[in-house]
Design a protein around this ligand. Sequence first.
Ligand SMILES: Nc1ncnc2c1ncn2[C@@H]1O[C@H](COP(=O)(O)OP(=O)(O)OP(=O)(O)O)[C@@H](O)[C@H]1O
Ligand SMILES: [Zn+2]
Length: 464
Amino acid sequence: MGIQIYNTLTRKKEPFVPLHSGTVSMYVCGPTVYNYIHIGNARPAIFFDVVRRYFEYRGYEVTFIQNFTDVDDKLIRKAEELGVTVLEVADRFIRAFEEDTQALGVKEAHVHPRVSNHIEEIIDFIQKLINKGYAYESSGDVYFRTEKFPEYGKLSHQNIEELQAGVRIAVNEQKDNPLDFALWKSAKPGEIYWESPWGKGRPGWHIECSAMSMKYLGESFDIHGGGHDLMFPHHENEIAQSEALTGHPMAKYWMHNGYINIDNEKMSKSLGNFVLVKDIREKIAPQVLRFFMLSAHYRHPINFSEDLIEQAKNGLERIQTAISNLRHRQVAATSEVNEENEKQEIYRKKFIEAMDNDFNTADALAIVFEWVRESNQYLLGEKVSNQGVQVYLDLFEEMGSVLGLQLEPAEEELLDQEIEALIQERTEARKQRNFQRADEIRDLLMEKGIILEDTPQGIRWRRK
Ligand SMILES: Nc1ncnc2c1ncn2[C@@H]1O[C@H](COP(=O)(O)OP(=O)(O)OP(=O)(O)O)[C@@H](O)[C@H]1O
Ligand SMILES: [Zn+2]
């Protein structure tokens, strides 16, 4: 059936058909870098990384863009608080974001555009909207004229009248219509600013994603993602800006991840109910956190709890134990032809089926566990061969790399019998003048701190 994606725009699962054959262009809204990321923010980071990895696994060439919002009210306040510049605040938290996401196994985006480096593109974008009658200046601010864009509300499935009824008219309003939103904000005294045709100011929040996605991915791209809270107004406004300007759909598929909750409330900085990734990393392995995120479907909320983390830890350990058992047997096993390849193909198909179904990582992990059972079963059988073991290891490796999970347990000491088997294999290899394999084994043993000594009785070994 191929990859199916739930598209917020149509509220349906749709077959994925890329705009350009063989390639996928993705834009995921990035963090506002005024603080460390919490576990809620880690969800889109991890999930969209899996989406990217899965497309790559299925042979697509992916371009993945994620912005950093490095200019906004929260940054301005933080800079005042810390007595540093806005861009210094941004630099600090961009570094922290990189550290956290790297620890979580998130691959680097191809480009991480920053607002402060794209002011020219943003001003140009706004000017064009004004020229087309979609935006107007008002006392140094520029607003988008929502009424001019009849499709406003199509992503969040609300119509303009309903939205209109929902907003109250603020006092001293500069806007023609309360639904209009800022594209450019005039600077208050002391605030960071750039020169513009409308005076000193800075971009509003939404325009950055329209301008930067267009610069790096073109007028239309395949996938736009972010957390559920971004659907309205942020993504709705992005669509209005971009589609008003170009007349083309901005993105073909819109994907939104559900919340990480605490006591059934969204984890958020403003509510103060958050757990920072950098803090939890000291207590649990980042891989456990990643496993925890992937054990639910991305559109479902997850209620964060110690219990669930414990479950994730146990789950991961079960897989790691299975792999470790395979590794131990691999050294001692004989080389024989086997029929495990067929099994591998069956489980690979099941895994792909799960992931094809709107990136159902929960089902995909269930297949990994089925593979654990198969592999344990195999090791109990009589015909264990090196190739057979390898077949199990290979599929673990394959599924792990799609999910970005390090399933291979951390290095451990070699058991005596493994060392002896390796020495035996090395002696054989030397006899057959396979010096490459012999050297490989010597290096491996050396790395593990095993010292070999030639004696009249043959090779002796000891631990360093
Ligand atoms: N509790 C959560 N669960 C899942 N995703 C979240 C959660 N909180 C924020 N996100 C997502 O994290 C990403 C980073 O967003 P951003 O830096 O704007 O966070 P934020 O909205 O400032 O966080 P907060 O809501 O805590 O203020 C966005 O895609 C946002 O939708
Ligand atoms: Zn955005």
